[in-house]
Design a protein around this ligand. Structure first.
Ligand code: GLN
Ligand code: ZN
Length: 758
């Protein structure tokens, strides 16, 4: 047991780290491009850390998370910490370059895989654990940050991803058993780490175990009891704070509470407070109450939060206030948004504003509500203003929605649709197409920047984009593709583009959030009822169609994806918001159809991402997600062909839902999963057409015609020639034009060869 430590009363679980103006992002990209050296990069990084810590201390937190900084990703950092980076990167001599090689690959070595962090839009690097993996502690980064923070006088609390979560998120390679089997080995490494941290003066350590809030492991409670039993029993260590987030702990809570750890963090936004009162073992623990939402942007209702906190007091040893999870998932501060409407602004709290909420709540908890009377009054006013705001309730939209839902929103039988589409479209067997976007050329980027800087006007911008559309149409005609697209040059982002045109959303100017590595996105904020006031894509689609006799596919983003990549309302069920967005997309499909567009694709790449973390919640989600998609696509005639596109490789749990979407054509990422998806979808009862991606667009490599032929033959054996489409596995916007041209030429050639023999 550690000696007495200072108590923990107000903290957050982690912070954004790209820099308030994305300084770190720019520095890292500058380093990759050779524009700045390592010393310069390290100094930018140190500045970002110092600024963050100073700000958190000054705001009044009494325990500051450190080691939440990262050059790329915290799971990759943990792999480095534990000596679990695959040996294939050892050929890169410099440590930092080796780290980036694991994250992004080099010309010669493939990177580690990347996948979504729980149900967020943040992507982590997936560690590989194989027979050759030998764990070995490498604590330089965490010790460096602890020391750096201590020098500033910060009450530094190192944050480490826990062994259970680390192993559960890792992937077994080279025939190894599931990594979780190596838990005991890893516990020994963590034991050494804890002693090392104690030696370096760390009073507290935060160990993150979000996996305990999911159903990924069947025996989560046992593993928690065992791991934190062993680590808690160590005689020389910092006080241990096990942080959990993104959901409720169920039986892992009493299991953890029965171990000797000092503090347990619970997410009171995703889960309820009642479990705490029901866990008597918490009577001598510090409970770190994650009551301020760390991943959405709404201002906390302080009065109600204080009530919840007060009700917990009697059930726990000590109570600390915190965000529900790291604020990595929200932008830095509202201060960077001078143009937000003042009313809307009063409803919001970004990263830094959340810190002030935590501090206020901790103060109110210790000194009584009167001590924060001003803050509570302001919060009450915001709550009242939001409730009363007319923009939250558009009765026109609600009535239309209710009437469509009441009259049903399915299309006619797929076979009938197929007949009228065949008659209208006259496509060859194995039709070739692409997923929507074409390369974001230098010209497109320049034009966008010039528009933002007001160097060119909207008319000039539109003309330049039209020139792009024309060149993309000409390219596709020349390549001999069967179904063309306009290339999406006018879209900054597939969600933001729609959010900017819909009532009920607003786009931030500076609300950047890390998506992976140096990639940041600006999720729009959905605050009110959604309404489409005018067509959003029809001009672009009809312009493209006017240039060619081949069919041009209209391109829309689906309701689930629009929600997944936005900050959403927390005052109504997500399903209700999804239906409102679906209605807007439905209106757009109807307008596209009326304008003569015969094929419309509604992308749902995020269908899998929003899947709830607990099994018991999954069906309800899939029901509303599928229903919203159908609502968005069932307003058109049988003769209009609906496509959808999904892009992630682990379809397993959602395969039935994909079939239920009932799109006429579904294109999916498959190049890396070897066409298995075709068989799986067919086995799930899907009888419509499928476009398994025939090559991986995430790599610059140009696929050989023969490889594509081979993949197509494999797919053909599962579905037959009448249901197979030929396309890349995702949009082409990240590729270079010459790569795209060469790859598509081979793809079209492969389709011809296979057709000839089918
Ligand atoms: N239509 C989009 C594009 O091609 C789809 C992107 C995606 O799947 N994420 O860019
Ligand atoms: Zn995709």
């Amino acid at each position: 047991m550690p000696r007495t430590v200072s108590s923990l009363t107000a903290t957050i679980l982690g912070t954004p780290r790209v820099g308030p103006n994305r300084e770190l992002k720019r520095a890292i990209e500058g380093y990759w491009a050779g524009r700045i050296d390592k010393a310069r990069l390290e100094s930018v990084a140190a500045d970002v850390r110092t600024q963050t810590w100073n700000q958190l201390s000054a705001a009044g937190l009494d325990s500051i998370p450190v080691n939440t900084f990262s050059y790329y990703d915290q799971v990759l950092d943990t792999a480095v910490l534990l000596g679990a980076v695959p040996a294939r990167y050892d050929v890169v001599p410099d440590e930092l370059d080796r780290y980036f090689a694991a994250a992004r690959g080099t010309a010669a070595i493939a990177p580690l895989e990347m996948t979504k962090w729980f149900d967020t839009n943040y992507h982590y690097i997936v560690p590989e654990i194989g027979p050759a993996t030998q764990f070995a502690l490498n604590p330089a980064k965490v010790l460096g940050e602890v020391e750096e923070a201590q020098k500033l006088g910060t009450a530094a609390r190192p944050v480490i991803i826990g062994p259970i979560t680390f192993l559960a998120l890792s992937k077994a390679v080279d025939g190894a058993e599931p990594p979780i089997g190596r838990l005991d080995e890893l516990i020994a490494v963590y034991a050494t780490l804890l002693a090392t941290l104690a030696n370096h003066g760390a009073e507290w350590v935060q160990i993150d175990e979000p996996i305990l809030a999911t159903d990924v492991l069947d025996n989560a409670a046992d593993l928690a009891r065992h791991t934190y039993g062993v680590l808690g029993d160590l005689s020389y260590r910092p006080a241990i704070f096990v942080a959990t987030y993104f959901g409720e702990l169920t039986d892992a809570l009493p299991a953890l509470a029965a171990t000797p750890v000092e503090a347990i963090g619970v997410d009171l936004v995703a889960g309820s407070a009642s479990a705490i009162a029901a866990t008597p073992e918490l009577a001598d623990k510090t409970v770190v109450a994650g009551i301020v939402d760390g991943r959405n942007i709404w201002r906390t209702d302080l009065q109600s939060a204080l009530g919840t906190l007060a009700s917990l007091r009697g059930s726990v040893g000590r109570l600390a206030v915190s965000t529900s999870c790291s604020t990595l998932h929200v932008p830095y501060t509202l201060d960077a948004e001078p143009d937000i409407d003042a009313v809307l602004r009063s409803w919001l709290a970004f990263g830094f504003e959340k810190v002030t909420e935590v501090v206020a709540l901790a103060k109110g908890l210790t000194h009584g509500r009167e001590a924060i009377a001003g803050e509570v009054a302001a919060s009450n006013a915001a709550v009242a203003s939001r409730k009363a705001d007319l923009r939250l309730h558009n009765s026109d939209v609600r009535e239309r929605l209710a009437s469509i839902m009441a009259s049903g929103h399915s299309r006619g039988p797929a076979a009938e649709r197929r007949k009228s589409q065949d008659a209208r479209l006259n496509l060859p067997a194995l039709p070739t197409t692409t997923i929507g976007s074409y390369p974001q050329t230098v010209e497109i980027r320049k034009a966008r920047a010039a528009l933002v800087a007001r160097e060119i006007d909207k008319v000039e911008y539109t003309n330049r984009m039209k020139a792009e559309v024309e060149s993309v149409i000409r390219l596709q005609e020349q390549l001999g593709l069967d179904v063309l697209v306009h290339g999406e040059p006018e879209r900054n982002d597939m969600v933001q583009y729609f959010a900017e045109q819909l009532d009920g959303f607003f786009a931030t100017a500076n609300g950047w959030v890390q998506s992976y590595g140096t990639r940041c996105v600006r999720p729009p904020i959905l605050y009110g009822d959604v309404a489409r006031t005018k067509p959003m894509t029809v001009d672009w689609a009809t312009y493209a169609q006017s240039l060619t006799d081949k069919p041009v596919k209209g391109m829309l983003t689906g309701p689930v994806t629009i929600l997944a990549w936005s900050f959403v309302r927390d005052d109504q069920p997500l399903a209700d918001s999804a239906n409102q967005v679906a209605l807007a997309i439905r209106d757009e499909t109807v307008d596209l159809e009326a304008a003569g567009i015969a094929i419309i694709q509604v992308d749902e790449p995020a269908l899998r991402e929003l899947l709830p973390l607990r099994r018991k919640d999954k069906n309800a989600y899939l029901d509303w997600a599928v229903s919203a998609f159908r609502l968005s696509t069932s307003g058109v005639a049988d003769s209009t062909q609906i496509h959808t596109h999904l892009c992630y490789s682990e379809f397993g749990e959602v395969i039935g839902a994909i079939a239920d979407l009932d799109a006429d054509v579904t294109s999916v990422e498959a190049a890396r999963s070897h066409m298995e998806i075709v068989g799986d979808l067919t086995a799930a009862g899907f009888a419509n057409s499928i476009g398994p991606g025939v090559y991986d667009i995430h790599s610059p490599r140009v696929p050989e015609t023969s490889e594509i032929v081979e993949g197509l033959r494999a797919a053909l054996s599962a579905v037959g020639p009448d249901r197979l489409w030929v396309n890349p596995d995702c949009g082409l916007k990240t590729r270079k034009t010459d790569e795209v041209e060469a790859a598509l030429r081979n793809m079209v050639e492969a389709a011809k060869q296979v057709r000839a023999n089918a």
